[in-house]
Design a protein around this ligand. Sequence first.
Ligand code: CTP
Length: 399
Amino acid sequence: MNDLKKTIFIGVAGSIAAYKACDIIREFVKRQMDVHVVMTPDSHNFITETTLAALSRNPVATDLFSSQPYGPIPHCEIAQKMDVLLVAPATANTIAKFAHGFADEILSAIFLATSSPVLIAPAMNPNMYSHPMVQENINKLEKAGVIFINPIQAEVACGQKGPGHLAPVDRICDRVEDILHSKKSFKGRSFIITAGPTREFIDPVRFISNRSSGKMGYALARAAQRRGAKVTLISGPVAIAPPDGVDFLPVNSAEEMLAEVKRAFSVADVVIMAAAVADFRPIAMRNTKIKKEEGIPEIRLESTTDILTDLGRVKGKGKILIGFAAEDRDLIENAQRKLNLKCLDFIVANDISVQGTGFDSEANQVTIIHNSGEKISLPREDKLLIAEKILDELECILH
Ligand code: CTP
């Protein structure tokens, strides 16, 4: 049983964007949440209960008076069971009902009965969204503590362009998670987190790099920022977007990463080196593309600076250094050696020979080794959850 598992109820209203609820549900299931759906009467015109039940893997609540499947008084049972209520998509009608305290169908009754956080992602025609009546209702709900995830400016189903298009699925899901994990245990602390691979150029078009996706480092940056840390994310080239609210410094080479880390180090309380920094680089980069006619090139390499080892030497009191060890053999021995050599507080060791974990995957299976010798082996889990567990360990050291 995963103690971080949260229960979300997703209210689906009668908007053409109701089909987007499918992607939202799938994303929350992927993020290992217990996902339930509540349908308004009008939503049945746009999407079926069967689809939503199958995707959420739970029965769907559709009726204020039916005793199935959420007990004899469903709106009260559901209101108590949830950690968060998300309404996506929300129509002008649902927003109006919430703002005026109606309780004539299951979703608006749940809204009134719950004391959990409520987030609303509207989707409607831009003129409807901009109408003073709708805006007044939104303002009223915001004053009552409801969080709105604003629609974006884009073409909507009727062909009109303007604000009214449901916010992107990732933005909706990230916002919900931010609200759920809003304990501010790192408030006032500065973190440097590195992520991704580095690129060591051979000529203007070729480089030496590795398979790091950056997912582990980005998950840590997001989780630390959510716990109140001021995060500087220094990242090699990756295909994912940096989390909102972090200071983002993109770099290419190990040398550039070293320079940025050193610049930020004096004010940092914690450094987490999740980047897969190249150990070797070409001695000299050619300014022009190497041509085939020149024959097979001989590329001579030299070592890059080991950033963590450098930091370990000048660490001083009060700073926390955390490293990663990617190993394909002798996991614990190698990680332990790096922990000592680089003067780390703890190291996160992962066995890259295990299928479905490590570099390219969504999941990881790690062992945390503290400099006291204590070892904590975590089960294979999504990188977002691994990030939370790593930060839990860090909290124990910091407090
Ligand atoms: N690291 C670093 N600078 C480097 C290489 C690695 O700061 N030039 C950091 C990594 O970010 C990681 C830790 O050192 O936190 C261990 O990296 P890893 O690649 O596992 O080990 P290496 O020390 O490079 O040794 P080896 O490649 O021989 O396993």
